[in-house]
Design a binder for this molecule. Structure first.
Ligand code: D41
Length: 692
């Protein structure tokens, strides 16, 4: 008989699991990492297995898979979507145990040959069934509870990788393709960066991004999320002539039909080859472009699959062999800031050490104040941390239930760090900027170190051997304050540094000396001007040809350079407007840093040089690109939004808010004819502007 303590624990677990289920499936806002959820679920399963009399019909263990959202029509799968048994033993023994089980169930002895498997990746997304009739995608459904799923055809049609028609002249009558909709890591990062920029909510992780998008009620919103798809199997199949007899041949056939199949798959014979696949993929997990939570082994031959059958919805012929989880729970012990090269203060959560995605993590980025506000991360909070790929570990969400009592105060960077932790200078947050910045510039050691590292970088001055360990020492010992000081270092000083032998000191000195002869583009890039990357530096060098011309350039002159807009122009002008920066430049030249100068390749000043135009609406004859080309050919710039700095707005049919803004600001408005007249003043004397 179960004790009251067991009953109480089971009841508490059921309540907690159901709450997480609701948050995950209905609200799309997971409250705990999967691994933690699995732990709770397994604890309940174990309790119920030990005390079968306590099982209730509404226990979450009695439910298979997820609950379909009410808002989508439910569809019954023609063939049930099974689930896959997971091997939680992440070591090699997991693969061996599977092979041993399969052999035993097939009645094979040691003398019998190896069993053939197909090894593939286990994508972390949302399983869907795609139904093709006569080669045409007619319906798509989520897995749901395996029997009944949600009809998500519209949303699935927005996934570009999924063919709407199979690539064949002789399609099977019915072909159901099963696979995983997922989000690539780069698409996820890009989407989140865009959202953060716009102050909009970010996705918690790629899996949630995929699941949330497919189960998004508005297909237009779903369409904005970058999703991918890989097939892993079949559902109902009718009238497929020459249907393959193995799983690997099926995947090959699907690929030929235009269905995406992950190329990372391999036919393996016996346990050793499964172990090798598991290890090989584990080593490359971080460099794959998507998250996987394991690999999957499947008995390759369909006749053997049928012989093995399944138990409680899990085929005996397949297993998912997991990798360490990429999300874990831990506690925020402190929130500190890191000062970047540009002086931006990035908040960083110091965490109780936790093993995530194969490494121990003690820090996670919080990005900026807006992100802290949105996630409401406070010191003492229990949080979900994620580490996937080579991306910096990140706090994805707070487990509000576990916030200490009384609640710690909200965290505000400016309040906690009114002064830069590196140099004590004032810290400011500029309007319209997400970042909080130190105003210390070159006086701030953090910026000094990173400015030096950037300066010495391969694409900048290319001083080989001047890495972060050395820069730390040089700055910490007060030997180098600005990049110019690098050229004053001598052999004796360098040889006296930690981990510097005479030989390496001599090599470094030679590298420093060699870097003196450089190019103008490299030099401009090396200065670390905000918003001036390598490409812009090259454009500036080509355009001006000489550093003095660049220094003397006004913002308008700068904007005549390709791809230089008002923000970049302002950064450059501000940089050279700072006396201490000019001082550094002068000292660098005095030290012998040199490059070949030229007259510069300037576009002959056009009629629109220095002018900024904004295009809006559809023009009667010119495409947007053609209009832009014409404007740029005349020396003008095309900007995306209207401001006081806009000289003309060119408005076509269905011009919207940009036109209204132009009217509000009193910016001159042209139609297409007006633009053409402006570009060819001889043909049309006078300037035509529109009256509104
Ligand atoms: O990549 C996957 N997530 C994946 C999922 C895969 N590679 N293979 C799978 N195979 C199956 C069976 C063995 C039942 C055909 C699966 C899944 N199932 C699956 N995904 C979600 C529920 C079941």
């Amino acid at each position: 008989m179960a004790s009251s303590a067991v009953l109480a624990r089971a009841a508490a677990l059921r309540q907690e699991i159901e709450r997480h289920n609701h948050a995950y499936y209905v609200l799309d806002a997971p409250t705990i990492p999967d691994a933690e959820y699995d732990r709770l679920f397994r604890e309940l399963q174990a309790l119920e297995a030990e005390h079968p009399e306590i099982v209730t019909s509404d226990s979450p263990t009695q439910r298979v898979g997820g609950r379909p959202l009410d808002a989508f029509p439910k569809v019954r799968h023609a063939v049930a979507m099974l689930s896959i048994r997971t091997e939680t033993d992440t070591e090699a023994s997991g693969a061996r145990a599977f092979d041993a089980r399969v052999r035993k169930e097939l009645g094979l002895s040691d003398a019998d040959p190896q069993v053939e498997y197909n090894a593939e990746l286990k994508f972390d997304g949302l399983a869907v069934n795609l139904r093709y009739e006569g080669g045409v995608l007619v319906a798509a459904a989520t897995r749901g509870d395996g029997e009944t799923g949600e009809e998500v055809t519209q949303n699935v049609r927005t996934v570009h990788a999924i063919p709407l028609r199979l690539h064949t002249d002789a399609p099977p009558e019915v072909l159901e393709v099963r696979g995983e909709v997922f989000m690539r890591r780069d698409d996820f990062e890009r989407y989140n960066a865009k959202q953060r920029e716009a102050g909009k909510p970010t996705l918690v992780n790629p899996r949630n991004g995929a699941a949330g998008s497919i189960r998004q009620l508005d297909p237009k919103l779903a369409a904005q999320r970058p999703l991918s798809f890989f097939a892993y199997g079949l559902g109902e199949v009718l009238g497929w002539t020459h249907a393959p007899a193995t799983h690997s041949a099926t995947l090959d056939a699907l690929e030929k039909l235009g269905v995406p199949v992950c190329p990372e798959r391999r036919v393996c014979r016996g346990a050793d080859e499964l172990v090798a696949f598991h290890a090989e993929i584990a080593a490359r997990r971080d460099t794959l472009p998507f998250d996987i939570d394991g690999v999957v082994y499947k008995v390759n031959r369909f006749d053997l699959q049928r012989e093995l059958g399944f138990v409680t919805r899990e085929p005996r012929w397949a297993v998912a062999h997991k990798y360490p989880a990429q999300e874990q729970l831990t506690v925020v012990e402190a929130i500190e800031v890191q000062v970047g090269r540009t002086g931006a203060l990035t908040p960083v959560a110091r965490l109780a050490p936790v093993f995530v995605g194969g490494v121990t993590v003690t820090n996670a980025t919080l990005h900026n104040q807006d992100e802290i506000d949105r996630k409401d991360v406070r010191v003492g909070d229990t949080v979900i941390v994620r580490r996937a790929g080579d991306v910096i570990p990140e706090v994805v969400a707070v487990v509000i239930d576990r916030r200490p009592e009384p609640a710690p105060p909200r965290f505000d960077i400016l309040q906690s760090y009114p002064a830069c932790p590196e140099c004590g200078s004032h810290v400011v947050r500029l309007e319209d900027e997400a970042a909080v910045r130190c105003t210390g510039g070159l006086y701030c050691p953090a910026q000094r170190k990173q400015a030096l590292l950037h300066f010495a970088g391969r694409r900048a001055m290319d001083i080989e051997g001047l890495g972060d360990k050395l820069v730390d020492q040089l700055v910490d010992r007060g030997l180098v304050h600005t990049p110019a000081d690098v050229y004053g270092l001598d052999l004796e000083t360098l040889a006296g540094l930690d981990r510097m032998a005479e030989k390496s000191a001599a090599n470094l000195l030679a590298a420093i000396d060699a870097s003196k002869t450089t190019t103008l583009a490299r030099f401009i890039f090396a200065l670390g001007i905000r918003n001036v990357g390598e490409a812009t530096a090259k454009d500036l060098a080509r355009h001006f040809g000489s550093l003095d011309k660049l220094i003397a350039a006004k913002e308008d002159d700068l904007m005549a350079v390709r791809d230089v807009g008002p923000i970049v122009a302002q950064s450059i002008a501000q940089f050279f407007g700072e006396p201490h920066n000019l001082d550094v430049v002068r000292k660098l030249r005095d030290a012998g840093v040199n490059w070949a100068e030229s007259a510069g390749v300037q576009q002959s000043a056009g009629i629109l040089t220095g002018k900024t135009l904004v295009l809006t609406g559809t023009l009667p004859t010119l495409t947007r690109e053609a209009a832009k080309d014409k404007i740029e050919a005349a020396g003008g710039k095309v900007a995306g939004s209207v401001s006081k700095k806009t000289d003309y707005v060119v408005a076509g049919v269905e011009a919207g808010s940009k036109l209204a803004k132009a009217q509000e600001l009193g910016v001159a408005i042209l139609d297409e004819a007006g633009l053409l007249a402006l570009l060819e003043p001889h043909d049309a004397p006078g300037q035509r502007t529109l009256d509104f």
